[in-house]
Design a protein around this ligand. Structure first.
Ligand code: GDG
Length: 735
């Protein structure tokens, strides 16, 4: 039975070690809950670091740890202390974390930690490959493992791999500054499905893929390395029922069942009827906007002094990554700010900020959520922010107001919250006031809508939607009906090519025999290509036809002393063995003087594009342009030219990063028919990568061996992954 393997930096469990005794406790975090059905139901396993370094383990303890965690269906990846320092605290948290959260000034790049990041990703890959069997699904999580998808895919292409990024993906302008940008993108692209919390992150990622790797992106699908990769957004939810039922239970507590914290909170709330509490909970991280929040609260107290002695900010800051200097600095800054404000505003019976720097047990978290009138969540960047959703889930009386930063991924789904810009103190202060004064009816209507949405998109739903999508994506490769050329096909074709039967082979040039280059004139045939074509041409009764969109002068010059048949300009002219060009279609080219100025305006407005004037057609090339701008221009050019050419016999052809205008009387299909009318052949082969080649595939007799180059929809019978595979294929026919 196929299984699912979940991979994350840490395993979802806590290991307690007492001398030589080991106790394993499963974690109860959101991710662990969401993945429960994926993990346990499908006999799946979870791969990750146990939390104990190699140095902390001896063979005996390691055996115990491994056996204890295997009972939880987990497998450990061993990390040394150096790995943890360089890969985790180093590259993950001092490089990727700040960069992806737009803190460029905090982003340190250091070769040693990059090498450690590579090494640890390889360690993970090794364990994954030991555990995975063909047909299994792998779900890799988060920014610590960005290289893992490609490492696994390279070894086992038949595994279906999903990757989910829990943090934002930054805009291209930020991401492009990063020295290892290519490696990171290529690492992620080993996955078949790539998930983000929001559409914005998805679009940023696609934009980087287009601009940095120059790959074809169509809507949310990327063609890369002969695969189609899907990118989508899956907003992560919470274990709604867990928070809701905990809150319901909490609300019926008897006085003696209450926690110490709850008793203190009650004392404050009972002080007077207009006393209110504002809650803030986060890991102490510079992305969470904690100093800004405190300063905005200070500003609020100054701007609206009537709230002094009535409002209290309860701030839970959970210790995090305290080895990293920026976190130490943030801790000092937070302590100082809280101290200053409490010093400035406190009275005998009131301190404005209650500050906790620690982790709290779940029941205390529920105390805080249920007792607070307002949740003030103001990250400067946050992938999603689950605290916002948890607050909503615990408000079982349908009251309370969520003030949420528009920079948190959660804001995309939580429109009924009061959304603020975390850098605008004026707005935050005014919004705090609005939240504190919001009528109950409005609180209720906002909260009801929020609850409906947050309860529907729970963490279980998130996980199951991702897994369903992963199942479908793996079938995407089936959308190409053509058959991939296999060793068996090659053996059959070899026999034909080397037989005495009469054979004809049509070969498109650009994108088929040679790769595309920045300038069309750079894609001249090289010595190896000549040698290959000559060897093919020397096969018994095999006629070679180079059929291209290039003009006859270019082809005539390149292949001046060769005997192959040449067809130029998509089928306008043909050169046979006598080396004379013969016009197949008489064409009027008067239209060019009208269309050329139109195309030139597009060249002026789109840097990196150029117009190629051919004898019978005009081509607008956009291979070197900014791809997003070029795509907009393609739509424009289509609109403009379609009206221009209506009622003419002109047609618009979309090629590979080129748009060509030419007479519809000419196409490669008609030119192929012309060749076939001259002589009968036992076998016909045709290879091409472009739209223009589709005419050829369509027109040729059914029994022909038509071969598409690249993963695109086609009328051809077979396909080869990419241009580089063509020469290998042709060479193999001669062996
Ligand atoms: C990353 C992304 C994304 C907090 N304090 C205590 C405690 N918590 C729990 C909360 C919540 C979780 O920790 C925090 O989750 P967030 O989503 O708010 O933030 P990150 O830790 O930064 O998570 C984030 C997330 O991944 C998921 O993809 O949303 O954007 O940065 O569940 O309840 N739990 C307990 N005691 C505490 O003191 N028990």
């Amino acid at each position: 039975m196929n299984k699912t393997i979940i991979v994350s930096n840490r395993l979802p469990l806590q290991i307690e070690r007492n001398d030589n005794e080991i106790k394993v406790k499963p974690s109860v975090g959101g991710l662990a809950t969401g993945m429960k059905s994926v993990h346990k139901d499908s006999n799946g396993i979870w791969i990750g670091w146990s939390g104990l370094t190699d140095e902390e383990l001896n063979p005996e303890i390691e055996k115990k740890v491994n056996s204890a965690i295997s009972e939880e269906q987990c497998v450990a990846v061993g990390l040394t202390q150096e790995d943890v320092d360089l890969y985790y605290y180093g590259f993950s948290n001092r490089t990727l974390w700040p960069l992806f959260h737009y803190f460029i000034e905090y982003t340190e790049f250091d070769q040693k930690s990059w090498e450690s990041y590579e090494r640890v990703n390889q360690k993970f890959a090794k364990v994954v490959l030991e555990q995975a069997k063909d047909g299994d699904k792998i779900w890799i999580h988060d920014y610590q493992l960005l290289l893992l998808p490609a490492l696994v895919k390279a070894e086992k292409p038949n595994l279906s791999i999903g990757f989910f990024n829990h943090i934002p993906f930054p805009s291209y302008e930020i991401f492009r500054t990063f020295p290892k940008r290519k490696e990171i993108l290529e690492g992620i692209l080993g996955a078949d499905l790539i998930g983000f919390h929001t559409y914005d992150y998805e679009r940023h990622f696609l934009s980087s893929v287009k601009r940095i790797l120059n790959l074809d992106v169509s809507f949310n699908k990327i063609t890369h390395d002969h695969r189609i990769i899907k990118v989508d957004s899956f907003p992560m939810g919470i274990d709604y029922e867990k928070f809701k039922s905990a809150a319901l239970k909490h609300n019926t507590q008897k006085p003696d069942e209450k926690t110490e914290i709850q008793k203190r909170l009650d004392q404050h709330l009972e002080y007077s009827s207009d006393v209110k509490m504002i809650l803030s909970i986060d890991r102490l991280d510079y992305t969470k906007g904690i100093p800004n929040r405190i300063r905005a609260f200070e500003y609020f107290l100054k701007k609206y002094p009537e709230f002094q002695e009535k409002i209290r900010l309860i701030m839970l800051a959970v210790p995090s990554r305290s080895q990293v200097p920026q976190y130490q600095k943030l801790k000092r800054e937070t302590d100082e700010l809280v101290g200053r404000i409490n010093g400035e505003f406190s009275t005998v019976s009131w301190t404005p900020i209650w500050y906790f720097f620690r982790t709290m047990p779940f029941e205390n978290l529920i105390d805080l959520y249920t007792s607070s009138d307002v949740a003030l969540i103001t990250p400067v960047r946050d992938g999603m922010n689950l605290v916002a959703k948890e607050y909503v889930a615990t408000r079982t009386n349908e009251d309370g107001v969520l003030v949420l930063s528009e920079m948190a991924g959660a804001s995309k789904e939580m429109n009924e919250a009061l959304l603020i810009n975390p850098f605008n103190f004026e707005e935050i202060a005014d919004t705090i006031k609005q939240a504190l004064e919001m009528p109950k009816a409005e609180q209720k209507s906002r909260m009801q809508t929020l609850q409906k949405r947050v309860s529907r998109y729970s963490v279980e739903k998130w996980a199951s939607e991702f897994m369903n999508s992963l199942k479908q994506v793996h079938n995407i490769s089936n959308f190409i009906e053509a058959e991939k050329i296999s060793d068996n096909h090659i053996q059959d074709f070899q026999k034909i090519i080397q037989s005495q039967d009469s054979k004809l082979m049509f070969l498109d040039y650009d994108g088929t025999l040679v790769n595309f280059t920045k300038k069309p004139e750079d894609a001249k045939p090289d010595a190896a290509l000549f040698e290959l074509l000559d060897r093919l041409d020397a096969q018994p009764n095999l006629d070679i036809v180079i059929i291209s969109g290039r003009d006859n002068e270019t082809l005539g010059t390149w292949f001046a002393d060769k005997n192959y048949t040449l067809i130029s300009d998509h089928g306008v002219a043909i050169r046979n063995e006598n080396k004379e060009w013969q016009i197949l279609e008489r064409l009027n080219t008067d239209w060019m003087e009208n269309v050329l100025p139109v195309l030139e305006t597009f060249v002026d407005r789109t840097p990196g594009t150029l117009v190629e004037k051919k004898k019978y057609s005009l081509a607008w090339h956009y291979r070197n342009a900014d791809i997003e701008l070029a795509q907009k221009r393609v739509v424009e050019i289509n609109t403009v030219l379609t009206s221009f050419i209506s009622n003419t016999d002109l047609t618009l052809l979309k090629g590979n990063k080129v748009i060509e205008i030419k007479s519809s009387k000419v196409n490669k299909g008609r030119a192929c028919s012309h060749v076939l009318n001259q002589k009968e052949y036992d076998h016909i082969f045709a290879l091409g990568d472009d739209w223009t080649d589709e005419f050829m595939f369509e027109e040729l007799p059914k029994k022909s061996h038509t071969i598409k180059v690249g993963l695109k929809k086609t009328k051809a019978k077979y396909y080869l992954n990419k241009t580089d595979a063509v020469r290998i294929f042709l060479t193999s026919l001669l062996e």
